[in-house]
Design a protein around this ligand. Structure first.
Ligand SMILES: CC(C)(COP(=O)(O)OP(=O)(O)OC[C@H]1O[C@@H](n2cnc3c(N)ncnc32)[C@H](O)[C@@H]1OP(=O)(O)O)[C@@H](O)C(=O)NCCC(=O)NCCS
Length: 140
């Protein structure tokens, strides 16, 4: 939550929020970013430089009170579709391989695995190399 709060304070575009219409409470948040935000994207994590037809979807969060209701896959699919508004044809998201709820949510939203980030450090972390290894689209 602290990290997501920080992103809000950094004014990172564009955070979408789903609202529980029964109570008015926010029940999901996630950022959709375009290639014109590449400079800012590089400051928030180890992400590839987006091509003009790519978008990045990151930092999904469902509050504990609303988990397991299928909000992530539904909301994520709707938010991903918004990428077409700024000309993106491909939407990328990164999930840690141990984050099973998130992997399941992504799969249900229609995402499939296409690359694995590999990071290597040299000289005690002074030099960092990040590459994105292509993989076959496969079941996650
Ligand atoms: C990952 C996350 C966004 C999933 O959101 P969600 O709206 O609960 O997604 P879903 O309802 O599709 O649930 C996904 C899976 O999590 C399971 N789950 C996780 N926590 C649960 C809980 N408290 N109650 C019930 N089910 C839960 C569900 O069973 C479901 O698996 P299933 O499809 O086999 O039933 C949410 O768990 C979360 O915010 N986690 C912390 C932040 C995080 O990891 N973000 C992702 C960064 S990549």
């Amino acid at each position: 939550m602290a990290w997501r709060r920080e992103l809000l304070e950094k004014d990172l575009r564009t955070c979408y929020v789903a609202v529980d219409e029964r109570t008015g409470a926010p029940c999901y948040m996630q950022w959709l970013m375009s290639s014109d935000q590449n400079w800012q994207i590089q400051t928030i994590g180890a992400f590839p430089k987006l091509k003009p037809d790519e978008a990045l979807l990151e930092n999904a969060y469902t509050p504990a009170s609303h988990r397991g209701l299928g909000i992530m896959p539904a909301a994520m699919a709707l938010i991903a579709a918004k990428a077409a508004d700024f000309g993106a044809r491909y939407v990328i998201t990164f999930v840690h391989r141990d984050n099973v709820p998130s992997l399941k949510g992504c799969e249900k939203a229609g995402f499939s695995t296409y690359c694995i980030p590999r990071r290597s450090d040299a000289f005690f972390g002074v030099i960092r190399r990040l590459r994105f290894e292509a993989t076959l689209a496969e079941a996650i």
